[in-house]
Design a protein around this ligand. Structure first.
Ligand SMILES: Cc1ncc(COP(=O)(O)O)c(C=O)c1O
Length: 461
């Protein structure tokens, strides 16, 4: 398609966007002088803007588009389902698409995580998990257990409950008071380990033990759940040290605290397996997931629960008074099934496992740049931390961060043809999470664009 074929007029769209569209997590004043970046179509690992310019989608939209853009199979699955049954709720009724998808997800999960509560997205799945944990403990005669532990800088969503679990003070302070009863423990950022910085396993034990300390300090009879991502996104891709999740599992069992694996990003092949807990060999009590389940062709999320947890809800007069009109939407469920068919047909999970080392090695070439302090992550999910001084690991002050990230990097990377994320919710990082269909050619393209833009950023400091 050439510029002249495009069905959109860039100026008209831009004027309407400025006048009416409230974008999420967006500083609108940034677009007072420059046009709102507007993406109109996608194909494979690439998206195209309103002017016809092409970008490598280095973030799979927002950790979502696993199978890539423009997949007709998924569009057709949505159209077929909308013609057959566009909508019916899961409020005491069922439809085949939700039934089949729940059955399929239960096959993919480890252990006895067999009961699937559908939502429309990740934050709702987290919200559901917390409410379910509280309700479960009331049903089994431990009504005091309601508190939640999560990690510093972790992002778990924006609804009041999920935001309370989120560990990013700047995302929360304007909404206080939030839901009481949430407590934060250190994350697994080994690059900035406050203890055991020379021993990954000891650091992992220390980080897990912080969870135990918090449970004991708060009183085990008051703590319901621990929410952890397999690889923490916010802050820049913190993988778990070896043994970390095994120790957390033991601690949770010791104090009857539920372990929630928040896999909103990490599930559906992002790290290789369908569910990331399998990669790190632990079995949680609940998994929250969303994004990649449909590769974004229609919204859906889920809280997947163990038989043990579900048992008291399955007997007597109990029912969980919670739901969403669009939770488990038939069109989304049908799209999810078609998406998972593509995963299997194209062996995407194995593709990630086969290529993760090459992706890492390509990105690690960037460590020869003075601004690149650390490259970390797993699967097709990486964070590149930028520093002012590689030897001391000194980071940027607020003014430098503002100038570097907001003023230069995000825009420059995009202008150079790479859509990814420059994030300073923790220390400044660039994050990459491309569609799972990419290979060495796209790894190289990401590396080359990053190399030239990060080199320029260093000169401007
Ligand atoms: C780990 C995690 N949990 C929850 C959420 C919230 O998901 P949603 O934006 O679909 O509500 C996100 C979103 O990125 C996430 O990364």
């Amino acid at each position: 398609m050439t510029d002249t074929d495009l069905p959109f007029d860039a100026d008209t769209l831009n004027a309407k966007a400025r006048d009416h569209l409230w974008m999420h997590f967006t500083r609108h004043s940034s677009y007072a002088q420059t046009p709102v970046p507007t993406i109109v179509r996608g194909e494979g690992a690439y998206v195209y803007d309103v002017n016809g310019k092409r970008y490598l989608d280095g973030l799979a939209g927002l950790f979502v588009v696993q199978v890539g853009h423009g997949r007709r199979e998924l569009a057709e699955a949505a159209a077929r389902q909308a013609s057959e049954l566009a909508f019916f709720p899961l409020w005491s009724y069922a439809h085949p698409q939700a039934i089949e998808l729940a059955d399929r997800l239960a096959d993919y999960t480890p252990g006895d995580l067999n009961k699937v509560f559908f939502t429309t997205g990740g934050g709702e799945a987290v919200e559901t998990a917390w409410k379910m944990a509280k309700h479960y403990f009331k049903l089994v005669g431990k009504p005091g257990k309601h508190k939640v532990i999560s990690r510093s800088i972790a992002y778990h969503g924006t609804t009041h409950g999920a935001l309370s679990i989120t560990g990013i003070p700047a995302a929360k302070e304007m909404f206080e008071p939030l839901v009481p009863g949430t407590f934060k423990v250190p994350n697994t950022n080994f690059y900035r380990a406050p203890e055991h910085g020379d021993d990954l396993e000891a650091f992992g034990r220390w980080a897990a033990d912080q969870i135990e300390q918090t449970i004991v300090f708060e009183g085990p009879e008051t703590v319901a759940a621990v929410f952890l991502e397999p690889v923490q996104n916010s802050g820049g891709c913190f993988p778990p040290p070896p043994g970390y999740f095994q120790r957390v599992r033991e601690i949770c069992d010791r104090y009857d605290v539920l372990l929630v694996s928040d896999e909103v990003i990490c599930a559906f092949g992002r790290l290789g397996p369908m569910f990331a807990c399998d990669k790190f060999d632990y079995v949680p009590d609940m998994i929250t997931c969303a994004k990649g389940m449909t590769s974004g062709y229609s919204p859906i999320g889920a809280c997947i629960v163990s038989e043990r947890l579900a048992e008291p809800f399955w007997s007597g007069t109990a029912s969980f008074p919670h739901g969403y009109t669009f939770g488990g939407h038939p069109v989304s469920a049908a799209v999810a099934m078609a998406n998972l068919d593509l995963f299997e047909k194209e062996r995407l999970n194995q593709h990630v496992l086969d290529n993760e080392a090459a992706f890492r090695a390509t990105l690690e070439k960037l460590t020869d740049l003075p601004i690149v302090g650390d490259v970390r992550g797993d699967g097709f999910f990486y964070g590149i931390e930028m520093v002012k001084d590689k030897t001391t690991r000194e980071t940027f002050n607020d003014e430098e961060s503002e100038r570097l990230l907001r003023g230069f990097l995000s825009k420059a990377l995009f202008e150079a043809g790479l859509y990814c994320r420059a994030d300073d919710r923790g220390d400044p990082v660039v994050q990459l999470s491309p569609p799972l269909i990419v290979g060495q050619a796209e790894f190289d393209e990401m590396e080359q664009i990053l190399r030239s833009v990060l080199t320029e950023a260093w000169k401007r400091l």
